[in-house]
Structures are given as C-alpha cells and as structure tokens.
Design a binder for this molecule. Structure first.
Ligand SMILES: Nc1ncnc2c1ncn2[C@@H]1O[C@H](COP(=O)(O)OP(=O)(O)OP(=O)(O)O)[C@@H](O)[C@H]1O
Ligand SMILES: [Mg+2]
Length: 272
C-alpha cells in the first residue's frame, strides 16, 4: 500500500532526511521515533505535500504522491489528514465548526464565508464527535476544552476528511499521561475499526511499543531501525537515540529506558 523509496530532503547543505526507504503493506499503525532533529517531522511533511522532497518517491498504491501538483496534490492532502502536537484548532470558533473545517477544501469560498454547511455535513460532524466521546463539547469554543479534548477535536476534523492515512506529528507531546492515553487509544481505534493507516511521530519508546505494529527508528535523517515493537531492545534504542541519552529525560524526544525495570515503571506511569 505504501512504498517509500530513497526519499531525501536537503535544506541548504544539510540532509534532514536521507534516502529513507520502507514499505508497508496494509493499514498498519506505524510509529516513527528518533531524537530531536532526526527528520521525523520533515518526513511527515513530505508525505502530506507540505514540503517538497529533494528526491525519491512515495508510492501509494503505485502512484508517486511526491510528483503530484496543484489539484492532485490538494486531493492527496485530503486523503492523508495531519494532526499536530499543538492541535491547530481555531481557538475562538466552536468545536463543531472546527470539525467542519476538515472539509473546507471541498467547498466554494462563498459557502465558507457564509458558513453554509449542509445538514448532512453537520450531522456527520456531530456523529464523529459522538464517536470520540466529546459530543457534549460541540457548541463550546475550542479554547475552552482541555488539551486532550482539543486533540480529539483535531482527530474529528481529520476524520471529517475521510482520509486513508492519518499522519500525526507528536500527537501526545503536549498532554498529561491520562489524556495521552485517551488520544492514543482513539488513534488506535480509528486504525483498527476503520482500517485507516496511522503514521505517528512519537517521542517515547513506551508509546511506540504499546500502540504500533511497526516502528521506524530515524537518526540524522536515516532509517536505523525498521521492525516490530518486540525488536526494540535497549541496545536498539541506543542506536536510535545515541549512547548519551538517558531514561531520566523520558519526557523529551531523547528518551530511552536504561533498563527493563525503569522501562516498566515508565509504562506503568503512562497507564496510571
Ligand atoms: N525549514 C527548514 N529549513 C532548514 N532546516 C530545517 C527546516 N526544517 C527542518 N530543518 C532541519 O532538518 C532537521 C530535521 O528536522 P525535523 O523537524 O524534521 O526533526 P524532528 O525529528 O521532527 O525533530 P523534533 O523531535 O525536535 O520534532 C533538523 O536539523 C532541522 O533543523
Ligand atoms: Mg518534529
């Protein structure tokens, strides 16, 4: 379904992403891990046509999405919705309107300016909010919600696009452990129940282990690990994050557990 071939992005002299290749067959939950600056966000932005690649191909069902331009590129952007660490909602706008913004590019400017949503669109937005357990928040301003609720609104907005792939750039990095779990469980449900591929940049190993079918580890723009969570041993983590990373920095993108017990303790705290 997804075939990434030798994808490279060079900024000035520096390769932010270098010859990244991997293939995914079927709607897996994929985690991309790596320390700060490894190239995770740049890769997701290329997948979503937000940043042009320097070279390489990303084939989705045989079609190279990096080569799409104009209307085709916009159509692809609706097919792969993006979720960000900072939610990117319109803070003063009500929740249901934020969700309806997921289909802005399907509408004329006039319809948008006058907020002329069809009854079907509104019913659909409300049913997505209901599915994600936040229907009662629909009339509130987005800024009045907790971070976890706002991220679920962002996921609802993504679902409104009816995407095949959901790209999530550190979706839980701004959330407390309980909200982080709710948001990750929500993404997992969408993956399993709807068969939508999820590709998420994640900043802790434990989250990657717990939710992903497949993990890609990046270091300095390159793929240094590609496997299932069970293969993510401490030694592998050191390869990905570098030997100087320490478990105490578990809230940062350099987090690695130093031993299995500490790892278990962290996982337990994530579940608390
Ligand atoms: N627009 C840009 N112009 C120049 N360099 C950039 C640009 N965007 C990213 N880079 C560089 O590319 C490299 C990869 O950055 P990227 O944001 O993809 O890393 P990341 O893995 O997402 O890091 P983090 O965990 O901090 O989010 C970094 O060295 C960064 O400074
Ligand atoms: Mg990033």
């Amino acid at each position: 379904m997804l075939d990434v071939r030798q994808v490279t992005k060079i900024f000035g002299q520096k390769a932010a992403v270098e010859k990244v290749s991997f293939a995914i067959d079927g709607p897996a939950f994929v985690g991309i891990i790596g320390r700060s600056g490894a190239g995770k966000s740049t890769f997701l932005r290329m997948m979503n046509s937000l940043t042009p690649a320097t070279s390489g191909e990303i084939r989705v069902d045989g079609r190279d999405i990096l080569a799409l331009r104009g209307r085709d590129a916009r159509a692809w952007q609706s097919d792969c919705a993006m979720i960000f660490q900072q939610f990117n909602l319109v803070p003063r706008m009500d929740v249901v309107s934020n969700v309806l913004h997921g289909i802005l590019n399907r509408r004329s400017t006039l319809q948008t300016v006058f907020s002329m949503w069809s009854k079907d669109d509104i019913v659909q937005a409300l049913s997505i909010l209901d599915r994600l357990g936040i229907a009662e928040q629909a009339p509130k301003r987005a800024e009045a919600l907790s971070g976890g609720q706002q991220q679920r609104v962002a996921i609802a907005r993504a679902l409104m696009q009816d995407p095949r792939i959901i790209l999530a750039d550190e979706p839980i990095a701004s959330l407390d452990p309980m909200n982080a779990q709710i948001v990750m469980d929500t993404l997992k449900r969408i993956n399993v129940e709807d068969g939508r591929m999820v590709i998420a940049n994640l900043h802790t190993l434990d989250t990657a282990r717990r939710y992903c079918d497949r993990v890609i580890g990046m270091r300095d723009g390159r793929v240094v690990f590609d496997g299932v969570p069970e293969q993510l041993t401490t030694g592998v983590a050191r390869d990905i994050y570098g030997a100087d990373a320490s478990f105490n920095e578990s809230a940062t993108s350099t987090a690695i557990p130093t031993d299995a017990r500490a790892d278990d303790a962290y996982a337990a705290s994530m579940l608390a």
